[in-house]
Design a protein. Structure first.
Ligand code: GLY
Length: 323
């Protein structure tokens, strides 16, 4: 049995962007399906496709931090306990590929910032400018409105407790600032499960801000029973260890995967998060308390299905749901 499910982010996705978001999901499904003889390869290929598309908040489409720079996070996990990830990686098209290199070619689990970049270059990943024009425009507009123009204003306001508080309120009040973290979970014929997530984070984030995506058990989880990838407000997802919550609810409470997904998402503040999940028996689930969640999956006969959900899915959904 082979399965692949992926997401292109939760939040408020303008309807005008649905065709582009769905096209990117379709391409990612095709890229993953071509590598589905190995779950880890499929997850990496699907996520790399979305990173390279520039459509989502990951890889080339990443949003920009307070200083107009992309700092990207990504993580891969497998059901046999392997983990690799990067935190705050700049100037790289496919952070998920670097995450895999950390897993397979370094003695570590996570590399961050300058060290992650040095590792990426040493492993042959070329430096790439990550500044999508659309992201730069949003960054400029938000910065002018919220921080003020020019380096003097930045210097005065950006690294003060008052700004930290303002940024916290901004993130809580404007989930639309989250533009589309990407993730995937796959199961291959040999019963291997893998999960991965990649993000550029939040526009105007402080330098060094770490998302949920690259934290095992928070934005990404895989074990022998299931895999999960989350999207939404990282600060909320980390506090609730959302991905791990799905696994616990399935295991300890014996909930079906869709119920475990829905119950975990319902425990979070509304408008903050979504997730996809896949278990060893090939069952899919997703849930979100945001208006939209972009989901793609391979139906049991292998045909691709993509959809941007238009309303919260709080009870959890499966591929058998009418959506
Ligand atoms: N969930 C992605 C982020 O908070 O950056």
């Amino acid at each position: 049995m082979q399965r692949l499910i992926l997401h292109g982010g939760a939040g408020n996705i303008p309807e005008s962007r649905f065709p582009e978001v769905e096209r990117g999901l379709r391409e990612a499904l095709a890229a993953g399906q071509a590598r589905l003889s190995h779950a880890l390869d499929a997850v990496e290929a699907a996520i790399a496709s979305m990173e390279s598309s520039g459509i989502y908040d990951a890889g080339l489409g990443s949003v920009l931090n307070l200083y107009g720079r992309a700092e990207m996070d990504a993580l891969l996990m497998t059901d046999d306990g392997r983990v690799g990830g990067v935190i705050g990686l700049p100037r790289t098209e496919n952070p998920i590929r670097v995450a895999r290199a950390v897993m397979e070619s370094s003695p570590h689990v996570l590399l961050s910032g300058r060290g992650a970049e040095r590792f990426a270059r040493a492993m042959g990943f070329p430096p790439v400018k990550v500044r999508a024009p659309r992201r730069f425009q949003v960054y400029e507009e938000l910065k002018a409105r919220l921080v003020g123009k020019g380096t003097e204003a930045e210097g005065r306001r950006a690294y003060t407790p008052a700004w930290f508080e303002e940024l916290r309120r901004l993130v809580e009040a404007h989930p639309e600032l989250l533009h589309g973290t990407v993730g995937a979970v796959a199961l291959d014929e040999k019963g291997r499960l893998a999960a991965g997530t990649s993000t550029g984070g939040i526009t105007l984030k402080l330098e060094g801000r770490v998302s949920d995506s690259c934290l095992p058990g928070c934005g990404t989880h895989a074990d022998r029973r299931l895999g999960v990838s989350c999207t939404g407000t990282g600060e909320v997802i980390v506090r609730h260890q959302l991905a791990q919550q799905v696994a616990r609810r399935a295991e300890e409470r014996g909930l079906a995967l869709d119920r475990a997904a829905g119950s975990a998402v319902r425990s979070l503040p509304r408008g903050t998060a979504g997730l996809i999940a896949l278990d060893r028996k090939g069952r899919y689930a997703w849930a979100h308390n945001t208006r939209n969640l972009a989901v793609g999956l391979l139906a049991p006969r292998g045909e691709p299905v993509v959809r941007v959900a238009r309303a919260p899915t709080l009870r959890g959904a499966t591929d058998r749901s009418s959506w």
